[in-house]
Design a protein. Structure first.
Length: 151
């Protein structure tokens, strides 16, 4: 069973998600305990490929209170663990204009490993966001009408 830690709700609003990847995350000991307590913030975080490795930027993992001097910096660069083929595929996709890597959610898998769902995204324009809102409102109106009709 997957234990969800955090989600990045802004990602679904601001980006068109094309493809998702499950990536492991390289952590220090006290960071894992903080994650188990749910102390991670994925807002404004993103990933880049540098030197054949995927690096996560701006992910804030709060310091674990009982770790005292063993804590690490909350907003540090963290390496994401992907297969070589996946990294090559992402590198090829990111060379195209307008694509970014955004973390969607952080969770623990069945084996207790910390994972990040990483998405290949393209930024939405303002008019795209407005159209999404209109579509969602229209769908809700249709559902309400269907529900009222069933009664």
């Amino acid at each position: 069973m997957i234990k969800l830690i955090a989600t990045n709700r802004k990602a679904h609003r601001d980006y068109v998600i094309l493809e998702t990847f499950e990536a492991g995350i390289e952590l220090k000991g006290s960071e894992v305990k903080s994650l188990r307590m749910g102390k991670i913030n994925l807002n404004d975080s993103f990933a880049r490929i540098e030197g054949g490795e995927v690096i996560l930027y701006n992910a804030h993992i709060s310091p674990y209170a009982q770790a005292s001097y063993l804590n690490v910096e909350p907003v540090r660069l963290r390496r994401l663990l992907l297969h070589k083929r996946q990294i090559m595929k992402l590198t090829h996709s990111l060379t195209q204009r307008g694509f970014t890597l955004i973390p969607l959610k952080a969770y623990f898998n069945e084996r207790g490993r910390a994972k990040i769902d990483l998405a290949l995204c393209k930024g939405k324009k303002l008019y795209d966001r407005r159209e999404t809102i209109k579509r969602r409102e229209a769908d809700l109106a249709i559902q309400r009408a269907m529900k009222a009709r069933r009664r």
